[in-house]
Design a protein around this ligand. Structure first.
Ligand code: UD1
Length: 422
């Protein structure tokens, strides 16, 4: 087990370059299965979730070659149809291996997926949508056995614009006869990146990012090289980290349009923002202002993946903020830890009322999920004195050597082993 030791209170300044997006690369890695060919993925972030996906792909038979500027996945030699249970439990994203495995092999066996402990996270929308394409799903003892002799395109209405379910249907439909229409799909930029990857392989998909996606199935797919979009959530995390310290930063390799709701809330908090084609500059105010209301929503609304970080920023703002989490029911686990640092937060169901304080005080805190963990790092950077964030394996799932990247903009943070005191 490892922890971060942070000495807070230093203003972060400088330039920070964003890595490829975790939530784009994971479905794209799964999508390489569909092609039965070689795919080169550039700007692939070095995250533990990505490593888990590599392990799963290797178990299935894919050949993976890492090169300096990217990773090559050859999915031609796939010979296994079972996703090992321990890997499935390690990462929620493994659920969207269903679509590509069915498209390519007509079958797959997997257990219910794991992932962050941020709520129930059922997969009913995935399952009912796949059934509409002709997939038979048998559920027993926590395992799902999915088979399809033939996939047939259909009109599929999603009850909720689930990101993973949209991706799963897009992937399965690449091998379906005729056209599939997804109505009420997720509109996240990562869905558009998946469409771009698949179309570069020869797929016929249009509509990603809008209210309907159309997929025409194909029999074969070609080799491809694809560069993953920058991580808008890493971008938002760094901007809030800089803002809580009162610093200034230039975010490079950014797509400001993907971050517009986060940037708009940072402006409401008093930050000055300048946007270019592929960069964002943030100047912090002398004292942050409370943003009256924030409600997480599917894209283009305020991202649930930025809720923990923004809530943390608001703990040091002047005034009261009301933050409502509508996507995941257990995404307030960082609040108890923030209270140890002097934050004043009341929770009523899915709403948190944050009364800003002038200073947070360093403390020993525990990271319980990916974004909540990142938010404790932010709190530590803004606090007076020393903060220790334990259980940072959650943070490593989504941030590539976060401490080294933050040190480049002046953060006093280091990684060390956690010594068991009991
Ligand atoms: C993806 C992102 C995650 C982000 C989330 C919402 C990846 C790898 N992860 O997760 O970082 O927080 O989108 O932006 O891209 N739901 C159901 N039934 C289903 C599917 C989902 O009830 O079959 C519910 C979930 O429990 C949750 C909500 O829908 O309450 C959103 O889930 P979804 O959009 O599917 O998120 P993920 O794809 O898991």
């Amino acid at each position: 087990m490892e922890q971060f030791r942070i000495n807070g209170g230093t203003k972060l300044t400088g330039e920070y370059k964003l890595a490829g997006a975790k939530n784009a690369v994971l479905p794209i890695l799964a999508a390489t299965i569909v092609t039965g060919n070689e795919s080169k993925i550039e700007s692939c972030p070095e995250l533990s979730d990505v490593q888990t996906m590599f392990t799963i792909l290797t178990e299935l038979g894919c050949k993976i070659t890492k090169e300096e500027d990217g990773v090559i996945i050859d999915s031609a030699p796939i010979h296994s149809y079972t996703i090992p249970e321990h890997l499935m439990r390690e990462m929620r994203s493994s659920v969207f291996l269903m679509g590509p495995m069915i498209a390519r092999c007509g079958k797959v066996t997997l257990s219910y997926p794991g992932g962050c402990e941020i709520g129930l996270r059922p997969i009913d929308i995935h399952l009912s949508a796949l059934k509409k394409l002709g997939v038979t799903i048998k559920e027993a003892h926590g395992f799902l056995e999915c088979t399809a002799d033939r996939l047939v395109g259909n009109r599929i209405l999603l009850d909720f614009p689930s990101v993973g379910a949209t991706e799963n249907v897009m992937l399965a439909a690449t091998a379906a006869e005729g056209e599939t229409t997804i109505i009420n799909p997720a509109k996240e930029p990562e869905i558009i990146d998946l469409q771009n990857f698949l179309n570069a392989c020869g797929a016929e998909i249009r509509g990603a990012g809008t209210g309907e996606i159309f997929i025409r199935g194909k029999k074969s797919y070609n080799q491809v090289e694809h560069r993953v979009i920058p991580d808008r959530i890493e971008g938002g995390t760094v901007l809030t980290a800089v803002a809580i310290t009162g610093g200034n930063v230039v975010l490079r390799n950014a797509i400001p349009e993907h971050m517009s709701m986060t940037l708009s809330k940072l402006k409401e908090a008093g930050c000055r923002i300048r946007e270019g084609k592929d960069y964002v500059v943030l100047f912090s105010p002398a004292r942050l202002k409370a943003v009256e209301t924030i409600k997480t929503q599917p894209y283009p609304g305020f991202p649930t993946d930025m809720q923990s970080q923004f809530l943390t920023l608001m703990t040091m703002a002047q005034g009261t903020s009301i933050i409502t989490e509508t996507i995941f029911e257990s995404r307030f686990k960082h609040i108890e830890e923030l209270r140890k640092m002097g934050a004043r937060i009341k929770v009523d169901g899915r709403t948190a009322v944050v009364s800003g304080v002038k200073n947070l005080a360093g403390a020993r805190v525990i990271s319980r999920d990916l974004r909540g963990g990142a938010s404790l790092v932010i709190a530590g950077l803004g606090a007076e004195g020393e903060t220790i964030v334990e259980n940072i394996c959650h943070i490593d799932r989504g941030y590539d050597k976060f401490e080294l990247a933050l040190r480049k903009i002046g953060a006093d943070i280091r990684r060390e082993p956690t010594v068991d005191m009991y």
